[in-house]
Design a protein around this ligand. Structure first.
Ligand code: 6R9
Length: 641
């Protein structure tokens, strides 16, 4: 495929920190002499004891481990707050933009944020939270979400943030898995003027999760809280604690947080990130990929419930002394101009968002964008799924006014921070390509048998060696960590993504090659949705696949087989999944199927189900192993009917 190069040099108002030569040199060092490279880079953090050990990881089964900086001691919250106070005490750390554009925004300086977090940490201590305890967070996009995360980090507790769109069942599943006894939530959340009943959802989850004994509630609405036994009002407890809370010295390898993510089985994996390596990676990638400069306003428009929010709303920017903008609302409410109005209001320099948002805004018409100034913007970013060249061009030309390079950053919950992305100003871009690997990242493309493919090629994307931000384990299931990522291709970390490398060595992510689908940038396991469907009394069997969707990237197509004599409406089943998992998992289509295409050994042939869902009935490939070939014709007949 021919592709246009965009030369971003001409677009940058001042030269970027790294040019092509600087990058090539740094990249070569990071791969050729990792120890020297990381020995210099660790100084971007403040250590209580500077590490003398660096990468001690191995992807081989015999001595498998992921470990970095193992003798280092630090505290993550001290790195994000205390060390900035002398120089940046009066600089805004967080600017909060509420859902309702007519409500007042809120700014917290580093000094104010430091004080709030110390007090928050003291509240947690008073509730009995100790080093190593797991604290569940189920919060709206309010500054208290960042405060709660950093308060945990201050006392060495491990946070597990659960996205505010998940159902009570999903919250409970995550609480039970990490045996968490406390959940921090709010009375309600607001999104696009709609109320999300957070406190009630946690109360419902508590009935399903016996370990959960304590609920800390932040009041956001005017109405006084109504508290059940086990619930505490944050404002009441915080009125009565000290401003002083010394940061707990933590080992670099101590877990900082758990974040659950979907995989190929029905049960979400608790991805565990470290204190030292993770923070270093979040800080280094934020600084370098976004060419961050002091005084700029950085806006990552993700939710803190996802890894993007962890690394680029909270940890990366605050570790770098940046001003991070936190937005409670949605891009299309009250009007599709909201994003750009927020950019103007807070003089945002960098906006990091997702292709699904761009596609939604694109079809609303350019006038919503062009009616705003956006003159403060210098850089744009895209994450979460492959960006289609059309959305890339629109982002560049309309919101970016043709002046801003686009950082298309490929990474995963598991990688902690960006892995493959263009560094602004360093090399020409191609719309739709994440371009080249970041420092210390050595990608390879392998075929189905694990053979490394050279030059321009396409296959499975793997990473050869560890990097500091890599996840350390799956909570409580180290064996699953190895099996999921390191057993498919021996000695390599398998990303689950397909990838093409072009003649210029640029990487193009083509999407998941496993049973994970990406709906509006949200990762969902097809098995999770299937498990939810078969819980319905009328459903005997279900198979879920993704299909191309104009706005969402992928939509959810569910094949459902009902129990003999049972009946169900598709809308009923859609609502059922919504209730079981959350709105993001609601199937777009339910197809009541007479049967599923299976091999004689009983394996569902998902390849065929994907083709049928896509409406591609011509290329089923080899169907000779099908137990009942007639099933495929029946499925096709239903689709064309
Ligand atoms: C950060 C995040 C990870 C999956 C990943 C890939 C897709 C993310 C992308 C991208 C193409 C990009 N993905 N960024 N694909 N280009 N710039 O999204 O983490 O929620 O774990 O999803 O998202 O398929 O494997 P996570």
């Amino acid at each position: 495929m021919a592709s246009t190069f965009f030369d971003p040099d001409s677009e940058l108002s001042h030269p970027a920190a790294l040019d092509a030569k600087g990058y090539a040199e740094a990249y070569r060092r990071s791969i050729g002499d990792g120890e020297a490279y990381w020995n210099a880079e660790v100084d971007r953090l403040d250590w209580i004891r500077r590490p003398t050990r660096f990468d001690e990881s191995s992807f081989d089964e015999a001595d498998f481990q992921v470990r970095w900086f193992a003798d280092g001691l630090l505290n993550v919250s001290a790195n994000c707050l205390d060390r900035h106070l002398d120089e940046l005490g009066d600089t805004p750390a967080i600017i909060w933009e509420p859902d309702d554009p007519s409500a007042a925004s809120r700014t917290l300086t580093y000094r104010e944020l430091h004080r709030e977090i110390c007090r928050f940490a003291n509240v947690l201590k008073r509730l009995g939270v100790k080093r190593g305890d797991r604290v569940t967070l189920y919060l709206p996009m309010i500054p208290e979400a960042a405060m709660a995360m950093l308060a945990c980090a201050r006392i060495g507790a491990i946070h597990s943030v659960v996205f505010g769109g998940f159902s009570p069942e999903s919250i409970a599943q995550r609480i039970v898995d990490c045996d968490s006894s406390i959940c921090i939530t709010a009375d309600q959340g607001l999104r696009g003027g709609k109320v999300v009943p957070l406190q009630a959802n946690v109360a419902a989850a508590a009935k399903l999760a016996p370990s959960l004994t304590t609920r800390l509630i932040i009041r956001t609405a005017d109405a006084p809280l109504v508290l059940e036994p086990g619930e505490h009002e944050y404002a009441v407890l915080v009125a009565d604690v000290d401003d002083d809370c010394p940061p707990e010295p933590m080992n670099a390898e101590d877990p900082l947080f758990i974040l659950y993510t979907s995989g190929s089985t029905g049960k979400p994996k608790g991805v565990v990130h470290s204190s030292g390596g993770y923070l270093l990676w979040a800080s280094l990638t934020h600084q370098t990929a976004f060419d961050y400069r002091r005084g700029e306003v950085f806006w990552c428009a993700a939710d803190v419930g996802w890894i993007t929010g962890h690394s680029y709303i909270v940890y990366g920017p605050l570790a770098n002394g940046a001003t991070t903008l936190m937005f409670e609302g949605v891009p299309t409410w009250p009007t599709p101009a909201r994003f750009w109005e927020v950019v103007d209001r807070h003089q945002v320099t960098t906006l990091f968002t997702a292709p699904t948002v761009l596609r939604a805004l694109m079809r609303e018409g350019d006038h919503h964008v062009t009616s705003t100034s956006r003159i403060s913007l210098r850089l744009l970013g895209s994450v979460g799924e492959p960006i289609n060249p059309e959305a890339w061009r629109w982002f560049h030309e309309v919101p970016g006014g043709g002046r801003c390079p686009i950082v298309d950053m490929w990474w995963q919950t598991e990688t902690g921070g960006g892995m493959i992305m263009p560094l602004p100003g360093a090399w020409p871009q191609k719309p739709g390509s994440a371009t080249l690997p970041f420092m210390g990242v050595e990608p390879v493309i392998v075929d189905g048998e694990g053979r490394r493919l050279e030059g321009a090629t396409e296959g499975n994307l793997c990473i050869v060696r560890s990097w500091p931000g890599q996840m350390r384990t799956v909570w409580n299931d180290h064996e699953r960590f190895f099996q999921t990522y390191f057993s498919t291709f021996r000695g390599l970390y398998f990303t689950g993504d397909g990838c093409r490398r072009d003649e210029d060595g640029y990487y193009w992510i083509t999407g998941r090659v496993d049973d994970v689908i990406n709906v509006s940038g949200h990762r969902l396991g097809t098995a999770e949705i299937e498990s939810a469907l078969v819980l319905h009394p009328a459903v005997a069997e279900a198979a879920v696949v993704g299909f191309p969707h104009d706005l969402k990237g992928q939509g959810i197509h569910a094949y459902v087989i009902l129990n003999a004599g049972s009946a169900a409406e598709s809308e009923q089943l859609r609502q059922w999944v919504r209730k079981e998992i959350g709105p993001i998992a609601t199937p777009d289509r339910i197809q009541f199927a007479p049967g599923l295409p299976k091999t004689r050994s009983g394996k569902i042939m998902r390849r065929i189900l994907r083709k049928v869902a896509e409406g591609d009935f011509a290329n089923f490939g080899d169907t000779s192993t099908l137990a009942e070939p007639g099933v495929v014709d029946a499925l096709v007949a239903q689709r064309v009917a």
